[in-house]
Design a protein around this ligand. Structure first.
Ligand code: FES
Length: 383
């Protein structure tokens, strides 16, 4: 199928996923479930070329993520080139490997910004959810980030197991001197989809968390900006995922596959080009993978005649595939979707579960053994 797509502007955000290797094993990780089958990584020179091509295209922000990007020992070289090219650089890290010495080297290379992830405000839950002993380390890293003069940006993925601690999470971020705190409600794809039953909060939990967050916002004003990323399962409204397919974000996976979002590779019937075979310009403007869901021309009903179609652009293609088995369907989180009942049922099912029983079905941690097991067992996804 060839879709007539509007000519896009430049990709403002280039996200370089440098590696899928990671010392943590988070149960909500957004890396592909089959990451263990994708061990190839671009070399240093390839990444430097990608950075140059991205900048020529007009990209201005460069995110460096993973996995854990600090596991790449050429990170300083990559950041130095990104800084030389004029990108605003942002390192997204668990903190593992960010010693004072490494932080100084990254600062000298020109790194602008570090986003540090926490799993919770308590050692027990932080370490349980990541399946590592990293809580103390993260606290040390937070201080290292402050010492280097970077803006302190903390990111906490929110779900049923930590949402009731939100007051303490915000307090912890404030005590650490964070300028920004992102409370990102879990998006249910990749590993979070595997663990959805245990991670989905109830409506009451969410309402309470928003009230607590609002109270802190009033108390702290501009001293710490708190972003509460709304959960689309509970809202009945689709969001403009990645700000629109192929509109702003260009992700390059560790093996060089270029993607409109970090989970798009799972969508069937779509080929995504590799930066080793094509220039970023060809990929962005001409590839079928980037053009397929651009604009609104690909939509079917109810999106095609919906008065919100320009606002939400049909929602998330990956979620449509996971829940409706059709990447061109309306995102089932939208109340107008014929598959919306799957979302309503998932939330009701999670709410009906006794919290004490949440551990009856063990969480599936993101690790190579589980990745291989799930990849072998993976058939068609369904709600
Ligand atoms: Fe892929 Fe939303 S995560 S389009």
């Amino acid at each position: 199928m060839t879709t007539v797509a509007p000519r896009p502007g430049p990709p403002l955000w280039l996200l370089a996923e440098l590696t899928y290797r990671c010392p943590l094993h988070c149960v909500f990780c957004f890396n592909p479930v089959d990451f263990a089958q994708q061990e190839n990584e671009l070399g240093t020179e390839d990444w430097l070329r990608v950075l140059r091509e991205g900048r020529e295209l007009g990209a201005v922000q460069c995110g460096l993520s993973g996995g854990e990007p600090l596991l790449r020992d050429d990170l300083e070289i990559i950041i130095a080139e990104a800084a030389r090219l004029g990108y605003y650089t942002n390192l997204l890290t668990s903190g593992v490997g960010l010693t004072a010495q490494r932080a100084a080297a990254l600062k000298a290379a020109g790194l602008d910004h570090v986003q540090l992830s926490f799993q919770d405000s308590t050692r027990e839950m932080n370490d349980f959810l990541s399946h590592t002993k990293t809580f103390e380390l993260k606290n040390r890293v937070a201080k290292i980030i402050k010492d280097q003069g970077w803006p302190m940006v903390l990111n906490v993925v929110i779900h049923r197991m930590n949402i009731d601690h939100i007051d303490r999470i915000i307090e912890m971020a404030h005590e650490m001197g964070a300028e920004y705190l992102e409370l990102a409600n879990t998006q249910y794809y990749s590993w979070a989809f595997v663990n959805r039953d245990q991670l989905l909060p109830t409506h009451e939990q969410l309402r309470h968390a928003e009230e607590v967050t609002d109270a802190w916002r009033k108390r702290l004003g501009e001293r710490m900006r708190i972003f509460f990323v709304a959960p689309d399962y509970h809202e009945g409204k689709a969001k403009k995922c990645v700000n629109g397919w192929g509109r702003m974000f260009l992700t390059v996976a560790p093996d060089g596959t270029a993607l409109p979002c970090h989970t798009a590779k799972m969508l069937p019937g779509l080929e995504f080009p590799n930066v080793n075979a094509h220039s970023l310009r060809e990929i962005w403007f001409d590839s079928e993978g980037f053009n397929r869901y651009r604009g609104t021309g690909w939509m079917k009903e109810p999106c095609a005649s919906c008065d919100q179609r320009e606002q939400d652009l049909g929602g998330c293609r990956c979620q449509a595939y996971l829940l409706a088995q059709d990447a061109a369907a309306a995102d089932p989180v939208c109340a107008k979707s014929p598959d919306h009942h799957r979302v309503v049922e998932a939330v009701a099912h999670a709410a009906a579960r006794d919290p004490a029983a949440l551990t009856e079905h063990p969480l599936v941690f993101r690790d190579p053994a589980n990745s291989r097991r799930l990849s072998a067992a993976f058939v068609t996804p369904h709600a």
